[in-house]
Design a protein around this ligand. Structure first.
Ligand SMILES: Nc1ncnc2c1ncn2[C@@H]1O[C@H](COP(=O)(O)OP(=O)(O)O)[C@@H](O)[C@H]1O
Ligand SMILES: [Mg+2]
Length: 251
């Protein structure tokens, strides 16, 4: 049975650099939440560069973006109309990004959209644009949890720290902020990077995702990762969804 909630949780996935695995992570976490029985909405917020439909395996379907929803007076009905349910994963819904610059979206529109989404879904996952521009700010500002995604290398960790400080500086309500390291081929090295991150800025690690060629193979084949394999990176991403529910799963 699909659980419904009046108080859904908004989780934004952000990063300093592009290409670190945000979109793959959002697609897989959204699939995992829905498979666990939570009504889930995956939202592509990468305005202009949207591609969340690819790892979700929804590219061949007619999809709507959330542009009309931002303008609509009754945002709830607009979401019900626009969100497309996944063909293989019941309870997983998707909204594409409007083809406008993030700077055109107003904070209060995004806030009202997310409030309406919280009434309809248990989890709302936002695939945010990389960097610290206006698209990132307007998308992630009202999230309850922000996952900063980085790869385990110094340059990416430094960019991730910069994002963390932007969140602390500009986001009034202090969202819970956690680090995710993706594409780890050397787990010891990745753990060292994570430790230095915690020492420098105090954001705790919530997940370490292995380098796994199935991530791109599944996306190319249009199959959600967790349906393609139940181990490797898919298992690492599933564990993040459990930790987000407060379940203690060792790293
Ligand atoms: N754990 C992983 N192992 C191997 N390849 C990955 C992994 N995570 C992401 N990728 C690949 O890295 C590339 C960038 O991922 P993507 O999710 O689009 O990043 P972003 O949204 O941050 O730009 C894609 O080709 C994707 O398939
Ligand atoms: Mg992306």
């Amino acid at each position: 049975m699909i659980e419904s909630s009046k108080n859904g949780k908004v989780i934004a996935v952000v990063s300093g650099k592009g290409g670190v695995g945000k979109t793959s992570l959002v697609a897989c976490m959204a699939s995992c939440f829905a498979a666990q029985g939570f009504r889930t909405l995956a939202v592509d917020c990468d305005y202009g560069l949207f591609n969340l439909d690819v790892p979700l395996g929804m590219s061949n379907y007619t999809l709507s973006d959330f542009g009309d929803t931002l303008e609509a007076e009754d945002k709830g009905s607009a979401i019900d109309e626009a969100a497309r349910e996944h063909p293989q994963i019941p309870g997983l819904f998707f909204l594409s990004a409007p083809d406008v610059p993030g700077s055109k979206i107003k904070d209060e529109q995004m806030h009202a959209f997310l409030e309406a989404a919280r009434e309809r879904f248990s989890y709302i996952l936002l695939d945010c644009p990389a960097g610290i521009g206006s698209g990132f700010k307007v998308s992630a500002r009202y999230a309850d949890v922000i996952l900063i995604n980085a790869t385990p290398d110094t340059a990416s960790a430094r960019d991730a720290s910069r994002v963390f400080f932007e969140i602390k500086k500009y986001f009034e309500h202090e969202p819970e902020t956690r680090l995710v390291l993706n594409r780890a081929s050397d787990l010891k090295h990745a753990t060292r990077i994570a430790d230095s991150f915690i020492d420098n800025i105090g954001a705790k690690l919530i997940g370490l995702i292995r380098e796994d060629k199935m991530v791109s193979i599944a996306a190319e084949e249009g199959v959600p990762l967790v349906l393609a394999e139940c181990r490797g990176a898919a298992m690492d991403m599933l564990k993040i969804t459990l930790r987000l529910q407060g379940i203690n799963v060792p790293l």
